[in-house]
Design a protein around this ligand. Structure first.
Ligand SMILES: *Cc1c(COP(=O)(O)O)cnc(C)c1O
Ligand code: SF4
Length: 337
């Protein structure tokens, strides 16, 4: 319907015109206000934030829309559950210096912004104290020194927050800095922005990535094929056309994508755009996300079905992140050798 408007509008104005009021979101989707009170309560700890281009992919009048469920604050978030905590991955301890989160050998996360274009209700970083933790340009010498002190590092992962909420100019500055360190070979960008504001993939961004000395990997985050309309896929394909590796990570979420069929459709849709499925994460046990949780036998059933129906190259690796481990932990079939 109104999708074409977002195809015309530049990403900066879309990013400064997000829906942040639950009433407006419900109104836009012609949904009743019965969900409103719970939504207001849940926004107190984590605000609603969603781009209109993402809302345009939701089904009008459907309170169970899988895209809506990912972003609409819900009163169930307020329920206390002892297993669900504010920092399930103990990231505060892995924080070496502003912006640097180094847990695995060859690669580390560089967090340049705490901002995201969308607030995903299940996000494990919803309680993370970003503000104290963001590097500025003048912190670069320290970051450089840190990288050079760790000869195993060959890859930097721009993460967040969401690094593609930064301007192209800022992004280019950081990428320039990183390119100047010979030991770095790969630059990865983890971002949900190409999914929620596809126009973020603009000509300047493409040329920055295309012209970098570093091998670029873009890891997008889409949980459902309905997020991948033709326009979004065409933008992802533009990256692929420049020989940028584009991968997808998804999170397995109750009510959103907890069926083999949904996951199979997602893999095929990604592949249409030239994007390869990478990870399927089980939910991190973060406070406020307990209503997205699935029990392990259900997860196993779904994943077995996915394995049986897709070619191996379209099966995302089912993983959990466990604090203190050397890598994401594979969850299926690892005991059978
Ligand atoms: C997930 C993560 C990575 C990336 O892991 P890959 O398995 O290489 O995708 C790197 N560093 C940290 C701190 C992470 O949480
Ligand atoms: S875009 Fe990523 S980091 Fe931001 S809220 Fe969503 S899942 Fe979390």
């Amino acid at each position: 319907m109104i999708n074409y408007l977002y195809q015309e509008q530049n990403w900066q104005s879309q990013l400064s015109d997000l829906i942040t009021d639950p009433a407006e979101l419900l109104n836009t989707l012609q949904l009743s206000n019965t969900l409103l009170q719970g939504a207001h309560l849940a926004t107190a700890s984590f605000k609603l934030r969603v781009p209109r281009a993402f809302v345009a992919k939701m089904q009008i009048g459907n309170p169970h829309d899988p895209l809506l469920l990912q972003v609409l604050p819900h009163h169930l978030e307020l329920e206390e559950h002892p297993e669900f905590v504010t920092d399930p991955l103990a990231e505060e301890q892995a924080n070496q210096q502003p912006g640097v989160l180094h847990k695995y050998k060859s690669r580390f996360l560089l967090t340049l912004t705490g901002a995201c274009a969308v607030h995903c209700r299940y996000c494990f970083r919803r309680h993370f104290p970003y503000q104290e933790n963001l590097p500025k340009q003048q912190d670069w010498p320290n970051i450089k020194q840190y990288i050079e002190s760790q000869p195993d590092i060959n890859e930097v992962i721009l993460s967040g927050g969401d690094p593609l909420t930064l301007s192209n100019r800022k992004l280019a500055e950081w990428i320039d800095h990183l390119s100047s360190i010979p030991q770095l070979k790969f630059l990865r960008i983890h971002s949900r922005v190409p999914i929620v504001i596809p126009n973020r993939v603009d000509e300047v961004l493409i040329s920055i990535l295309k012209n970098s000395r570093l091998r670029i990997i873009v890891v997008v985050h889409s949980n459902h094929a309905a997020e991948l309309d033709d326009f979004t896929c065409s933008k992802l394909s533009q990256l692929v056309d420049q020989k940028i590796i584009v991968l997808n990570q998804a999170v397995l979420l109750k009510g959103v994508n907890d069926s083999a069929k949904t996951l199979i459709d997602l893999s095929y849709r990604l592949f249409d755009a030239g994007v390869m499925p990478y990870y399927l994460h089980v939910l991190d046990k973060v406070k406020g996300a307990q209503h997205f949780d699935l029990d392990s036998s259900h997860i196993e059933h779904i994943y077995e079905d996915v394995l049986a129906n897709l070619p191996g190259y379209l099966v995302p690796k089912l993983v959990r992140e466990i604090a203190g481990e050397n890598n994401k932990t594979p969850l299926f079939g690892t005991t059978n050798y």
